[in-house]
Design a protein around this ligand. Structure first.
Ligand code: FDA
Length: 306
């Protein structure tokens, strides 16, 4: 039943008609629990409040299904405005983005050009770090290749390794000497068993394996999970191997396990909250519902108790 519900919400997340319609609705159906606002100033305000609680952040301007050069460039402009707003407001925050929203499906050159524009502005505004979110498997290798190319010119860029992919450990090993700042996650997309572990226990095992591999390689790890078992594993691992707290951080999504976020920060760990904003909230919201029956219950309760 849980799997059927997950597939249902993942299917909805890809519905282009609903996606387009939702842009005009404003944040609805409880989406504001997971999306900080529609404008940059609302997002900065949310970041400031999180900073006051001892949490650092990464801002993501939501955007999906970009099919024209104009839309891709506009999306890059939003990233640039976000970087400038981060710098001007003085909040403790970096940037996350998706390369499909910068035109990756239109042309690699267009996307690369937008990435360079963004990284140049990030550099100029206090060398803000920019994280390339990892999307589905179809975009995985091109993302790794683009990252490799960008690393020749920039030190403020990194990406994400998904533990459900068989290739995860190899990808980490290939870039071992470059000491890349990787966000390590379980993986959020529906993938074929030809490329990804179909069973959750195998994903969890591989997740622990790649966290250990990357940290022992000396790389910076952003461990992005809401899973207590993994968080406890990391706490023990770093203690056992004397890994300093400056070499890793935890990350969680805005609106999810908020008390745990505060608790980790109080324990002295760096805790970064992924804060999405913008009017293109629909796909992101559906993927959060796919992740957790508790989130669906929360939304249904909100819909029927107002
Ligand atoms: P898992 O799903 O096993 O859940 C463990 C426990 O955590 C659950 O039992 C529940 O208690 C709690 N929990 C998990 N998700 C919850 C939710 N949505 N609501 C409430 N409770 C929840 N993926 C990707 O493919 N590319 C990417 O770039 C990113 N980026 C990213 C950034 C950040 C900051 C985070 C936290 C996650 C991502 N992800 C991602 C998503 C990631 O791959 C994964 O799908 C989710 O984090 C869910 O997996 P968990 O590790 O949280 O554990």
């Amino acid at each position: 039943m849980e799997q059927a519900m997950k597939n249902f919400f993942l299917y909805l997340s890809n519905n282009k008609t609903l996606n387009a319609a939702a842009k005009k609705w404003g944040l609805r159906f409880g989406a504001s629990r997971f999306v900080s606002g529609e404008t940059i100033s609302e997002a900065i305000q949310a970041v400031r409040q999180l900073n006051e609680q001892g949490l650092v952040c990464t801002l993501d301007h939501l955007g999906e299904f970009v099919f024209s050069v104009e839309e891709a460039n506009e999306s890059a402009d939003y990233c640039i405005k976000t970087l400038e707003a981060i710098h001007q407001s003085g909040v403790d925050c970096n940037l996350s983005l998706k390369m499909t929203s910068l035109g990756l499906d239109i042309s690699r050159d267009l996307c690369m050009n937008n990435m360079r524009r963004i990284l140049d502005v990030a550099k100029k505004n206090g060398n803000i770090f920019v994280r390339i979110d990892m999307e589905d498997y179809a975009h995985n290798q091109v993302t790794m290749d683009i990252l490799d190319e960008l690393l020749q010119d920039y030190d403020n860029v990194g990406t994400v390794i998904q533990a459900y992919l068989y290739k995860a450990a190899d990808d980490i090993e290939k870039l071992k000497d470059k000491k890349v700042n990787f966000r390590l996650v379980k993986g959020a997309y529906k993938e074929s068993p030809e490329v990804a572990y179909p069973n959750k226990p195998d994903v969890d095992e591989n997740y622990k394996k790649i966290i250990k591999q990357h940290l022992l390689n000396g790389g910076y790890a952003a461990v992005a999970t809401h899973d207590d078992a993994i968080i406890d594993y990391v706490k023990k691992l770093v203690q056992e191997h004397n890994i300093p707290r400056t070499q890793f951080e935890f990350q969680m999504l805005y609106g999810i396990r908020t008390q745990s976020q505060i608790d980790l920060a109080k324990e002295g760990y760096k805790m970064r909250v992924y804060v999405p904003y913008g009017n293109d909230w629909y796909g992101y919201f559906m993927r959060r519902l796919a992740e957790s029956p508790a989130n669906v219950k929360f939304v249904l309760k909100g819909m029927f108790t107002k």
